[in-house]
Design a protein around this ligand. Structure first.
Ligand code: AMP
Ligand code: MG
Length: 280
């Protein structure tokens, strides 16, 4: 059977416009069934993550980095809550990237990214990422074109180095239609408990939709590599998006086959000591 990774991967040359944001390839069924599938996968994911964490504590050097990119309201926060929320937070390193601070801007764009990498054994999550530096920055022309071109190469080299040093990189583009974004922004306005999320600037960014899609397309063209490919996740349906990203992580971690470390305990001797220590 085909893996979800095979179906969602977007090798260089993939046209974003050929991907349907409402699609639901390989979903276990309709909404309810797929939600149950997410919970089932979540239990397995949690077990694998615990094992990877143990492997790291035992001297292993491997880790996983999930990169979440998408337009406003595409569901990056929802994935953190519903997918990553299923695993032990002790083994998770979550970083949300907003507008760079003054001190971050004084460094190369990868400086703040490097500082957020998952330690060995961890599942790192980037809610937005180094890709903002070739997305929002490109759309607004905050850097010259030749700098953007340099960044694509810098990103590829940096990601290849990460992979070589044991970090598996899973890059997800939460692919949503502009109609769906409008519905979600409207729903935000209709719900006072969502007003804290509201940012009127998002309406200005929305006007730049075609420019953003061109920038995402360029990021796919330039930075979907064999060692760190992009996955385009249909995200108009939240339940499918959450299931799919959980499944992409699950397939990735199954393939990694994390191993319990063996510290070589002398179990009988330790038990004997425990039984005879007199502490009752
Ligand atoms: P939110 O994800 O809603 O908290 O918004 C974060 C904002 O920070 C978005 O508007 C991003 O486009 C912006 N942002 C993130 N990274 C960068 C960057 N490297 N340069 C400029 N803006 C950024
Ligand atoms: Mg926002």
């Amino acid at each position: 059977m085909k893996s979800l990774r095979d179906l969602l991967v977007a090798p260089s040359g993939t046209k974003l416009t050929d991907r349907d944001p409402e699609a639901s390839p390989l979903a276990p069924g309709s909404k309810d069934k797929t939600l149950r599938g997410l919970a089932k996968d979540g239990a397995e994911l949690a077990a694998l993550q615990e094992c990877l964490y143990a492997e790291g504590k035992g001297g292993g050097t491997r880790s996983v980095l999930l990169v979440l990119q998408g337009m406003d309201a595409s569901g990056k926060d929802g994935v953190v809550k519903h997918v990553i929320g299923q695993v032990n937070p002790a083994g998770v390193r979550l970083t949300s990237f907003g507008k760079p601070t003054k001190s971050e801007l004084a460094h190369d764009f990868l400086w703040r990214i490097n500082r957020a990498l998952p330690p060995a054994g961890y599942l790192g999550i980037f809610n937005r990422s180094h890709y903002e530096d070739v997305l929002v920055v490109k759309v607004h022309k905050w850097a010259p074109a030749r700098e953007i071109t340099r960044r694509y190469r810098a990103i590829n080299e940096w990601e290849a180095g990460l992979v070589t040093s044991g970090t598996t990189v899973v890059k997800c583009l939460l692919h949503m239609s502009p109609e769906q974004q409008r519905r979600r922004l409207e729903a935000r306005l209709d719900d006072p408990t969502k007003h804290w999320k509201w940012n009127t600037d998002d309406l200005d960014e929305r006007l730049l939709w075609p420019d953003y899609m061109a920038a995402y397309q360029a990021a796919l063209d330039k930075c979907s590599t064999d060692v760190a490919p992009w996955f385009v996740v249909p995200s108009d349906r939240k339940w499918y998006r959450n299931w799919a990203i959980g499944r992409l992580l699950l397939e990735t971690m199954r393939e990694m086959k994390p191993q319990w470390p063996d510290p070589g305990l002398d179990v009988p001797a330790l038990k004997a000591r425990l039984e005879s220590d007199g502490v009752r």
